[in-house]
Design a binder for this molecule. Structure first.
Ligand code: FMN
Length: 283
């Protein structure tokens, strides 16, 4: 079996789970490549090369990030494929993974598994949502390993497990998603505020998945293309960026593990050659 997982991860949580899934498949001698939708490839052709497709994203107001929705819109697959969907969230999304599953199903995918992974909150500029204490990274690691193992077992045995597909989850998801989608165009797209103490280091320009930043006449400006992934906000070295009107970021969220490097979320993580070599060795 050959599996491809496509993800978007703003601040590392979804990447962390995607990488764990990839490692667990590898443990089971199953080929699994991890792609980011931030990179341009011919994904329709790529998908054709794999037996099972995975999709992972962070939840924004019970919604699927715009980048992922646009990616799904662009799909035009030739053969029906089995697929699994997972999302990461701080607390609750109702039908967060099921919603992405429904969008994929419209494109001809057979959705077999859906999962929700609770991870640290990455919104760091709203007082009410800030984490109360420092995240226990070892605990996150141990807890997520178990959930990942179970999810992978379900995928490998083709057991149907569709988290968030019941009517109550759908209702609660809609309750958050409808207002969120209304705000998306009016408010979120131009929500980034830049403080005067910005040092023009260009890190936000490097990291932004939509190319929302530019320096014009010696001043950092935005192009109203934000979809609130919080990557720039959490990685600004002087905490000069935020969305909230009144609060600056005091404790940025720098990812779910000690070794995490934000640039990793922008790279594909391919293991194909390594595994093929291993299999050839054992013949
Ligand atoms: C704009 C925004 C909206 C969010 N909405 C929700 C939500 O409705 N429910 C929830 O549980 N978490 C919500 N979160 C938290 C993220 O989904 C969560 O921290 C996620 O794991 C981040 O993944 P990433 O690090 O891969 O970007 C939201 C985060 C952002 C930035």
């Amino acid at each position: 079996m050959k599996i491809a997982i496509f993800i978007f991860s703003g601040t590392g949580n979804t990447y962390f789970i995607g990488k764990k899934l990839q490692d667990e498949f590898k443990e089971n001698n199953v080929l699994c490549d991890l792609f980011t939708v931030e990179k341009k490839h011919d994904d329709n052709r790529l998908i054709d090369d794999y037996d099972v497709i995975g999709l992972g994203y962070p939840i924004y107001g019970s919604d699927v990030p715009l980048l992922i929705r646009n990616w799904i819109d662009g799909l035009n697959i030739q053969n029906q494929k089995k697929a699994f969907v997972f999302c990461t969230q701080m607390m609750y999304s109702g039908d967060g993974a099921a919603y992405g599953g429904r969008l994929l199903a419209k494109k001809g995918f057979m959705i077999r598994q859906q999962a929700h992974f609770n991870m640290p909150n990455n919104i760091t500029d709203y007082r009410i949502l800030r984490p109360f204490n420092k995240h226990n990274l070892i605990k996150i690691e141990q807890k997520k390993n178990k959930q990942v193992n179970r999810f992978v077992k379900h995928i490998l045995t083709d057991k149907k497990t569709r988290k968030g597909s019941n009517p109550i989850s759908l209702g609660l998801g809609l309750f958050q998603r409808i207002p969120y989608q209304k705000m998306e165009m009016k408010w979120i797209s131009n929500s980034i505020k830049i403080e005067d103490h910005c040092i023009l280091c260009k890190k936000c320009i490097d990291l932004c998945p939509t190319g929302n930043f530019e320096i014009k006449d010696g001043i950092l400006k935005t192009k109203n293309m934000c979809f609130a992934c919080y990557r720039c906000i959490n990685h600004c070295p002087v905490n000069a960026l935020h969305c909230s009107k009144n609060a600056l970021v005091k404790h940025p969220y720098r990812g779910p593990s000690e070794r995490f490097n934000i640039k990793d979320v922008m790279e594909d993580c391919l293991i194909t050659n390594e595994l093929v070599m291993k299999q050839e060795d054992s013949v």
